[in-house]
Design a protein around this ligand. Structure first.
Ligand SMILES: *[C@@H]1O[C@H](CO)[C@@H](O)[C@H](O)[C@H]1NC(C)=O
Ligand SMILES: *[C@@H]1O[C@H](CO)[C@@H](O)[C@H](O)[C@H]1NC(C)=O
Ligand SMILES: *[C@@H]1O[C@H](CO)[C@@H](O)[C@H](O)[C@H]1NC(C)=O
Length: 493
């Protein structure tokens, strides 16, 4: 491997090509005074007072760790502040975050986390229900279903809801087809998540549930899996085949303060949050927010953005106001949402979530003094991330060729099932194939999740565990020594 700055610069050309040219910033949303009678006519399902006949619950989760993933925990902290100002009580908000950002040695403002270039601290007051090693898929699913005995560690808080209650779940992190990342292994598999939601429904402990999901290929989590009739409405940052996008990244407009070498937020996430915190949420329906978030996240004309999707009981979105789930900040009582007017075009640039770590290492490298140990460290981190990517991409390609032949392999691995069909029929096969791959080739880790569709297609093609093990052993003679490939934390499946 070549270790010099010129090589880093060359590699970076590909990274920087992900950053689009921005459009001028226009802060052109219009605030209109609320007129109670107008609101009641326009929004017959909005509620006249704070009595919604039940309790609002929320589960907020950031699935990552590491300073290069600053934005996910910033998103979750920000979401907490909105719900808190909306009137939800701490006892009803359950927060999962690794909590390694605020006091990270890379954080230029110790103890403070921001989610917008000019934003205030969003870290203060956030409940630390499940942090560090307690951020597990088991605890997350148990918190949703309300099963206290299944919880290990943490505050023990779960969604202890009743039949009249409303539940809001928000997840943000990396993902891949059928899978959502976690700061601990294993990751969240779509079938387990949807099963937990079905269980919650079967227990009769909510009136309606809204799920906002930001991750790459997040549409694949509900596609063909989340049925109608559970009173669950979900939106995802992207469809089943595309990445989602980080925003407020170094080099964007507006850019984070210069001392931040990391993205501050994610595009879909800041779109719903900045919309929610500017309006009287009694007067805004889920559907109106979806339309606004969809347009901002699509980032039309720039070529950088993703397709926000709706799943489940979409009818809920037209009937229900955001107020049922998020409450509303009394300071916004006079700021009603009036369709197009409230679309804020803040940033038209974005960075593919999958490249945000490289952007961090590059920005760190670029700014570190010549010859410093910091520069050396950033260079090493950059090369490790790049070589992990190449290793995973090449191993997967080679395994495909060994299993399906040189000509047929790309077609089999890249097959996308028609809309409405789940990624894979046998999810246990998918988990088994991931473990087999990782045993021979090392951890897929954050970047490798992009290959989950190939692994799913290996199952769909009827390959056996034995065949997969032989192909993986041939493709990878050993697990690479870099930290991304490490199996220390176990398998991701
Ligand atoms: C709760 O979790 C425990 C431990 O995992 C399990 O044995 C039990 O069946 C669960 N209860 C329900 C109602 O699902
Ligand atoms: C996990 O939870 C336990 C029990 O609440 C707590 O003692 C421990 O400090 C937590 N670990 C982390 C890393 O937060
Ligand atoms: C909303 O407008 C009314 C009438 O102008 C005013 O009395 C009230 O204080 C305003 N509320 C807020 C929260 O700004």
């Amino acid at each position: 491997m070549i270790h010099n700055a010129a090589a880093v610069s060359l590699l970076l050309i590909s990274v920087l090509s992900f950053v689009a040219h921005g459009r001028p910033i226009s802060d052109d949303f219009i605030r209109l005074p609320s007129d109670r009678s107008f609101i009641d006519r326009a929004f017959p399902h909005s509620y006249g007072d704070d009595d919604i006949g039940g309790t609002r619950w929320a589960v907020l989760i950031a699935g990552s760790s590491g300073y290069w993933n600053y934005r996910h925990q910033a998103d979750v902290c920000h979401a907490y502040q909105i719900l808190k100002k909306g009137g939800l009580k701490d006892e009803n908000i359950i927060v999962f975050m690794y909590d390694d950002i605020a006091y990270n040695e890379e954080n230029p403002r110790p103890g403070i986390v921001i989610n917008h270039p000019l934003g205030d601290d969003v870290y203060k007051g956030v409940p630390k229900d499940y942090t560090g090693e307690n951020v597990t898929v088991k605890n997350f699913l148990a918190a949703i279903t309300g099963n206290k005995t299944a919880i290990t560690g943490g505050s023990g808080k779960v969604v202890d809801s009743g039949p009249d209650d409303h539940i809001f779940i928000y997840y943000t992190d990396h993902g891949g087809p059928g899978v959502l990342g976690m700061p601990t292994y294993p990751y969240i598999y779509a079938d387990d998540l949807v099963e937990a939601l079905k269980q919650k429904h079967a227990s009769g402990t909510y009136k309606s549930l809204v799920f906002y999901l930001e991750a790459c290929e997040s549409g694949s989590i509900f596609e063909g899996l989340l049925p109608e009739g559970l009173n669950i409405y979900a939106t995802t940052a992207s469809n089943a085949e595309e990445s989602s996008w980080g925003t407020y990244c170094p080099g964007e407009e507006p850019s984070p303060p210069p001392e931040y070498e990391t993205c501050l937020g994610d595009l879909y996430s800041v779109a719903w949050m900045e919309d929610s915190e500017d309006h009287n949420l009694r007067t805004e329906t889920l559907q109106q927010q979806y339309e606004l978030v969809k347009r901002r996240t699509a980032n039309e004309n720039s070529g950088y953005g993703s397709h926000v999707m709706q799943f489940g009981d979409i009818g809920l979105s037209k009937d229900d106001s955001l107020f049922l789930y998020m409450g509303t900040n009394p300071a916004n009582d006079n700021y009603s949402v009036i369709a197009e007017n409230s679309l804020r075009q803040i940033s038209s640039r974005a960075v593919n979530q999958r490249d945000a770590d490289l952007l961090h290492f590059w920005d760190k490298f670029r700014k570190a003094p010549e010859g410093s140990s910091r520069k050396h460290e950033a260079q090493k981190q950059f090369f490790e991330a790049m070589s992990h990517r190449m290793h995973i991409d090449n191993s997967m390609k080679l395994i495909g060729k060994l299993l399906f032949g040189i000509e047929k392999a790309p077609e089999v691995l890249q097959t996308v099932r028609p809309a409405g069909h789940p990624l894979v029929d046998d999810w246990d096969c998918l988990r088994m194939m991931v473990r087999t791959f990782e045993a021979h080739c090392g951890s897929l880790s954050q970047y490798g999740m992009k290959h989950m569709r190939s692994v799913a297609n290996i199952c769909n093609a009827g390959i056996t565990e034995q065949q997969m093990a032989e192909a993986s052993a041939q493709a990878c003679d050993r697990v690479p020594s870099n930290p991304w490939s490490s199996l220390n934390k176990g398998f991701s499946a």
